[in-house]
Ligand binder design. Structure first.
Ligand code: HEM
Length: 389
């Protein structure tokens, strides 16, 4: 282990820097909130307590992802009306059921092997050979390979440029702005149209591609294109945010070398990493029926801002031994009917990539040769994290 690199609390200082760089105004504002639920003018009712937050997610009679201030208000103009994250009730359930085979263990295992397997094996070799690797660029490359697969492209890489345009679309999201402007909607739709141009062709082809498989699973062309758009928007930046942050935390706490020598606590470290980073930091709901949340009266049409990142980190500092994450039932992936559909794919990609880094660390101790936090992005992330021997 590179003992000189481990400073008590060092991982928290870097995490703080990453979050502040992304949201210089909102992050300090929300971090000061101590109450479990509080109305914040111009934003909505902020919920910071894990138990309350889970209660909201499970109570679909009182709270919804459609309606004023909800994800539907934001995303329906861009993605259309039927993309899971803007649906409720029986239609939502039926679409989730039809998509379920795409996230079954065998399917995500094969998708991960086919998209990142070889690159991850090369990552280990390159690190052991002494190359300095920017893990952000590396994971972004993996995400591009996954997107290519999802939209039915043969070639491995969809290109940095399109990835940057997808990030620009999520970058339009602001807590204080419940809707996109007409110009933003137009730009976002053109990015999505470019992606789904390939997916439409693949949809009409055989079931060897993901869109073709969606047709076989009974999705209409519009539903399949909406699902592709939703996967790209929800599943790309979360992983590009998480994996470099996880490796940075492992490095800064000395756990990288410990796990490389003994993998027994890898699963706990991954869960703890997800808890303290919470890559999808906030969820939104619209109030459907008069009720109260943590003593705050809420009315139909009110907007709830569920600050998962505050609820998760209230359980303490990163600790794979004590593993406070275990009591949170994967709150970082949501709860109830909208629980992250892509979680099995995310976990497969995380296991493969982290496994490759740990294999390299087992052969030769790794250090962070340089890093920089990304400014002004929706999902807090490193812009660069250089890993080398
Ligand atoms: C570490 C990575 C990820 C995290 C932390 C994450 C987190 C979340 C969270 C918190 C939700 C629930 C939102 C809510 O209830 O408002 C969600 C939903 C969703 N996620 Fe993920 N996600 C990740 C990766 C992925 C991936 C890789 C995919 C797919 C390719 C994906 C696809 C989805 C979809 C489709 C939904 C909507 C489900 C529904 O509304 O029924 N996610 N995700």
């Amino acid at each position: 282990m590179n003992a000189a690199a481990v400073r008590p609390g060092g991982e928290r200082r870097w995490e703080e820097r990453v979050q502040r760089a992304a949201h210089p105004l909102v992050y300090p504002l929300l971090s000061r909130v101590r109450r479990p639920a509080v109305r914040v003018p111009g934003i909505g009712v902020l919920v910071t307590d894990a138990g309350l937050l889970r209660g909201v997610l499970l109570d679909t009679a009182s709270f919804t992802k459609t309606g004023p201030g909800s994800p539907a208000e934001l995303w329906t103009p861009v993605l259309g009306p039927s993309v899971l994250l803007n649906m409720e009730g029986v239609d939502h359930l039926a679409l989730r059921r039809r998509l379920a085979p795409l996230f079954a263990p065998a399917f995500v295992g094969e998708l991960t092997r086919a998209t990142v397997g070889a690159a991850a094996a090369r990552l280990t070799e390159r690190l052991v050979a002494g190359e300095s690797i920017d893990l952000v660029a590396e994971v972004r490359d993996y995400a591009g390979r996954v997107i290519s697969r999802l939209v039915g492209l043969d070639r491995d890489d969809i290109g940095e440029e399109l990835f940057a345009r997808v990030s620009a679309v999520t970058g339009y999201v602001r807590l204080a702005r419940p809707r996109f402007t007409p110009t933003q909607v137009a730009v976002a739709r053109s990015v999505l149209a470019e992606l789904t141009e390939h997916a439409r062709l693949a949809y009409h082809g055989d079931a060897s591609t993901v869109p073709g498989r969606m047709r076989e699973l009974g999705l209409s062309e519009d539903e399949a294109m909406g699902a592709v758009g939703a996967f790209v928007l929800t599943g790309t930046e979360t992983l590009v945010s998480y994996l470099p942050r996880l490796v940075a935390i492992l490095h800064d706490t000395g756990w990288l070398a410990r796990l490389a020598a003994d993998r027994a606590l890898v699963d706990a470290a991954v869960a703890e990493g997800l808890r303290v980073t919470t890559p999808s930091p906030v969820m939104l709901r619209s109030v459907r029926a008069e009720t109260a949340v943590g003593g705050v009266r809420v009315h139909p049409g009110d907007r709830l801002v569920l600050a998962t990142f505050l609820a998760d980190r209230a359980a303490g500092a990163f600790d794979p031994v004590g593993n406070p994450a275990a009591s949170l039932k994967q709150l970082w992936f949501g709860a109830g009917v909208h629980f992250c559909l892509g979680a099995p794919l995310a976990m497969a990609q995380i296991d493969t990539t982290l496994g490759a880094v740990l294999d390299a660390a087992a052969a030769a101790p790794l250090r962070i040769a340089g890093r920089r936090a990304q400014r002004g992005t929706l999902i807090p992330a490193y812009a660069r994290l250089a890993l080398s021997r």
